[in-house]
Design a protein. Structure first.
Length: 482
């Protein structure tokens, strides 16, 4: 359950007041990378600071949400004392940062003893995998009801708030009906509480899949008291790199039905005009549904169809994909006329074809299962190699022993999916690590070779020539960031 503390999304992600002896100065101190508003999918983030000559040293901090703490974590991630003011921050232990994102804070000490700072907000991490969930939404002609409907559970049965959603579509409307089971619901509760309960329907018709809502998202709030409203989310980044996610509300122009039953729950049904989502009905869209009710203490709680909690319920990247299926041909009048005639022919051929169909199906299932198992093994091999790639002792026998597989099978799978031998696959990954360090650091080639997992500089040079047709020295000279 999600405890609803406030309906408004945060406006400012940093939300902290700097000490009085600091001043914001974007002329002498500013972030070059990452750009405010960036969506980062890699496991590492490069920070680059533009600083004037009067700066003596920099202290960098990151502010991000943690799964074990209510307040955001502020952690010092590095100190820089000479240009270029640049570093790489590894995000392996940080969870995805969605909706309000995360922030970087840079405090600079000037040579005259004065301190200034710069802030970089609206940065989003999507480096951890998301579950891919989708559902098929069936077509229902206007004026028809009671068939082809499918319900989708929201929340867990037995919780203070749970329910089911039924969705159908046609060329005019997308209808969403939500049946909410809430034994603590009572229509005599104060109007201000009932206004915050009900349902929210969140739709991303363009499938942008961003980590925060934008003006393209259709967000419909259906309260138990008051009028339904559509909310427009407007993300902005000002000249000082502060991130703002403001909201603009307008009237909903579609019909809404509400039925309330004390100590049982309520049902809300809304028709969303298709033209308000897209000029033409899309083939797919992303959707999340929030249901909001009360516990025994009359506190507001919510459940999300996408299974997300807190602000993450508003991140389109986590929403379910709805596939809008057309009217089945079996419901067409021409099909119903032709069925009796065609059925006789099909039945006469069915017996002869049945054995071949069963045999082919068995072979298909066997091949599919084998392919899925092989993909799963390949993913495990990739993860194990990625975790230990800089370890010089990483070897084929070690991987085979860890995964309980034969060395031959591991070599075969790597060859199939990468086109390389095990050794080439390993060394190619190490050259990629070395390339980044050659490009972004002043470390010696010997240090980079050692920290990337090579036996020495000669081995690194050999595989650089093999995979990139150059030497580490030439690569650094051409691509090094000054």
């Amino acid at each position: 359950c999600i405890l609803i503390a406030a309906m408004l999304l945060p406006v400012n992600a940093w939300n902290s007041t700097p000490p009085s002896n600091l001043s914001l100065d974007t002329t002498c101190l500013d972030f070059l990378k990452p750009v405010a508003g960036s969506v980062i999918s890699a496991k590492a983030c490069t920070l680059s600071i533009s600083a004037c000559e009067s700066i003596q040293s920099l202290t960098l901090k990151a502010r991000y949400s943690s799964p074990v703490q209510k307040e955001k974590v502020v952690a010092e991630i590095g100190k820089l004392t000479r240009p270029p003011f640049k570093m790489i921050w590894h995000t392996d232990t940080v969870r995805n940062q969605l909706v309000d994102g995360m922030s970087f804070y840079c405090e600079a000490l000037l040579k005259n003893g004065k301190r200034i700072y710069a802030v970089n907000e609206g940065l989003f991490l999507i480096h951890n995998r998301f579950p891919g969930n989708s559902a098929d939404i069936r077509f229902r002609p206007s004026g028809k009801s009671g068939f082809l409907e499918r319900s989708f559970p929201i929340g867990q049965e037995g919780e203070p708030v749970s329910g089911n959603a039924m969705i159908w579509w046609n060329k005019e409307y997308l209808q969403v009906t939500v049946e909410v089971i809430n034994p603590a619901f009572n229509s005599s509760l104060p109007p201000e509480k009932l206004n915050r309960a009900g349902a929210e329907i969140l739709i991303d018709p363009a499938l942008d899949r961003l980590p925060y809502p934008t003006s393209r998202v259709y967000a419909l709030t259906l309260p138990l008291f008051g009028k339904p409203v559509r909310t427009m989310y407007l993300p902005e980044i000002d000249d000082n790199n502060f991130f703002h996610l403001t909201r603009k509300q307008e009237k909903h122009d579609g019909p809404v039905k509400l039925k309330k039953v004390d100590f049982k729950g309520f049902t809300i049904s809304a028709l969303i005009p298709m033209h308000s989502l897209n000029p033409e009905p899309p083939e797919s869209l992303a959707c999340n549904i929030l249901i909001k009710g009360f516990d025994r203490n009359d506190s507001l709680i919510a459940e999300s169809w996408a299974g997300t909690d807190g602000l993450n319920a508003y991140a389109p990247v986590l929403w379910k994909t709805l596939n809008l299926k057309p009217l089945p041909f079996s419901r067409h009048w021409a099909f119903r006329i032709a069925v009796p005639f065609i059925l006789g022919i099909i039945l006469s051929l069915l017996a002869a074809m049945l054995r071949n169909i069963i045999k082919r199906k068995k072979n298909t299932i066997t091949k599919f299962e084998a392919n899925e198992e092989e993909k799963s093994i390949h993913n495990k091999i990739q993860e194990l190699i990625s975790e230990s790639i800089t370890d010089k002792n990483l070897s084929l026998p070690f991987i085979a022993s860890t995964l309980g597989l034969s060395p031959f099978k591991i070599k075969k799978i790597i060859k199939k999916y990468s086109g390389r031998s095990f050794q080439d696959y390993l060394m190619n990954m190490r050259t990629e690590i070395a390339r980044e360090r050659l490009r972004s650091s002043h470390s010696s080639e010997a240090f980079i070779a050692d920290s990337s997992g090579f036996a020495g500089v000669h081995e690194m040079e050999h595989y650089f020539q093999r995979f990139h047709r150059t030497t580490p020295y030439k690569y650094r000279k051409e691509f090094h960031v000054a």
